[in-house]
Design a binder for this molecule. Structure first.
Ligand code: JFZ
Length: 463
């Protein structure tokens, strides 16, 4: 009997190892988001493809978020009949087919190791590259896109491969954005704005023949740490076969234990299913699904108003250095990650203004990273202190201040034993605590005393 029970237990154990997740949201949603991602807080997003050739987007009028500023939508906005895009295309490209840009997408100055160096210096822990955006052009030699990829047309290079190798060597986690829809592929069942293709597959066929094989290639060939789908909104996740893919990814793929995915798996999924939730330009009034949730979430946005490089943007369209750091701190203080986007030029350079902002974030993190990496939001943070954010790690709190002036601040903080400035241990901070209420005066730094360019951090050590 005992032997039988042991044998039975072994069988049960072995099957549980073999198929831990069923192809059902109920089961898939039980997988926790891997800890490495929750601790990482800051990643770099890269939107790069043939749309970097025209590199044209609308310019935001009031600096506010507007979806039609997205330069990576160049082909999509033309299909939607958006006038500024149509006019631009006629005037400068004489209405040539969009696909011609793929041949011009030469990437001749692309050096993935250089990019990796910059991202490391910025303090980022992971990087997500558009393996294929809505235009359908793949940055790797995918068998499902045999003629329209970066090896067959344009640079002649396996951009995804070079990217992965360099990021891995630099110790950065890396992965891929992947669009499930393609605007202009005659096999794609949806969109094309009123002109259904006679060759259109059913959504299920499309997914089985294109999306699933490609998503598997990204996981298996490149051992992606992150799979970041998008363009999911035309169909329900059941028609995208998303549960089936995720069960495979979590049970069988090479990256099953470490891979991180988002929530863009079908029109029923954002803020509900998959891995971490995604917001987009959330502080500017963009997509809010999942914002501030208890569930892990990630904000993505450009430094300017576009993801793809938009070459007519000027410095007024870009966040300042301080605003970039504040965006990161804002997300982290509310329990989220920030995936900050850069849009390289068609020849493979990262525009100087984007480099400038990344390096500024890196300098700030060099001093203050302790308050960011592996921190969590402080659930009892006082509300309504403008420009002041809190994070927590163990029993310690961090007060990160973008506010001007040195007015004393009071809030319930418990049993405080010391208040210090990160990166400036010799600066004396005035503080006192009474009945668990801390009153602290942000130090007025003497010339050259402030350890960072802006937003100094107070570490509040507690018993
Ligand atoms: C999507 C992409 O369309 C966009 O180009 C970028 O890659 C971003 C990260 O993800 O963003 C969208 C998609 C659809 C809408 C808005 C933003 N929409 O339908 O309003």
């Amino acid at each position: 009997m005992k032997k039988l029970m042991t044998a039975l237990a072994l069988v049960v154990f072995a099957t549980s190892l073999h198929a831990a997740y069923e192809a059902k949201w109920e089961s898939i949603d039980k997988r926790p988001v891997p800890q490495w991602w929750k601790d990482a807080k800051f990643g770099i997003f890269i939107h790069w493809g043939p749309y970097a050739v025209p590199a044209f987007g609308n310019i935001s009028k009031d600096g506010k978020f507007a979806w039609d500023c997205y330069a990576e939508w160049y082909q999509g906005f033309m299909l939607k009949g958006k006038k500024p895009y149509l006019d631009h295309h006629e005037k400068f490209y004489h209405n040539a087919p969009y696909g011609n840009f793929a041949a011009e997408f030469k990437a001749e100055h692309f050096d993935a190791a250089d990019w990796a160096k910059l991202f490391k210096k910025a303090g980022a822990k992971y990087v997500v590259l558009t393996s294929k955006h809505h235009d359908g052009y793949a940055l790797w030699p995918s068998p499902e896109s045999p003629y329209y990829n970066s090896v067959a047309m344009g640079s002649g290079r396996d951009i995804a491969g070079e990217f992965c190798k360099a990021m891995r060597e630099a110790g950065l986690k890396r992965g891929f954005y992947y669009s499930m829809l393609e605007y202009a592929n005659p096999l794609y069942p949806g969109i094309r704005d009123g002109n259904p293709s006679p060759f259109a597959l059913t959504p299920e066929e499309w997914n089985k023949r294109v999306n699933l094989p490609q998503l598997k290639e990204l996981a298996e060939i490149y051992e992606a740490d992150i799979i970041w789908p998008d363009g999911e909104w035309d169909y329900h996740s059941s028609r995208h076969c998303s549960e089936e893919y995720l069960a495979w990814l979590y049970n069988e793929s090479k990256v099953k234990d470490t891979v991180v995915v988002n929530d863009r798996w079908g029109k029923d999924c954002r803020g509900r299913h998959g891995g971490h939730y995604t917001t987009e330009y959330v502080l500017e009034g963009g997509d809010k699904s999942g914002d501030g949730a208890e569930h892990p979430w990630e904000e993505c946005r450009g430094i300017g108003n576009s993801f793809g490089y938009s070459r007519f943007e000027t410095p007024k369209d870009y966040m300042s250095r301080e605003r970039c750091v504040e965006t990161l701190v804002n997300c982290v203080s509310r329990g989220g990650n920030l995936l900050l986007n850069v849009g390289p030029t068609a020849d493979g350079r990262i525009p100087a203004i984007m480099q400038d902002r990344l390096l500024a974030i890196g300098r700030w993190l060099d001093v203050n990273g302790e308050a960011i990496y592996a921190s969590s939001s402080w659930k009892k943070a006082p509300k309504g202190l403008a420009g002041i954010y809190f994070t927590q790690k163990g029993s310690d709190l961090y007060l990160i201040s973008f506010a001007a002036g040195s007015k004393p601040i009071s809030f319930a903080a418990g049993d405080v034993k010391a208040v210090t400035v990160l990166g400036a241990p010799s600066v004396n901070v005035k503080w006192s605590v009474k009945d668990g209420v801390l009153t602290v005066t942000p130090p007025a730094f003497a010339n050259g005393e402030m350890p960072c360019e802006f937003a100094p951090v107070l570490k509040i050590s507690r018993k």
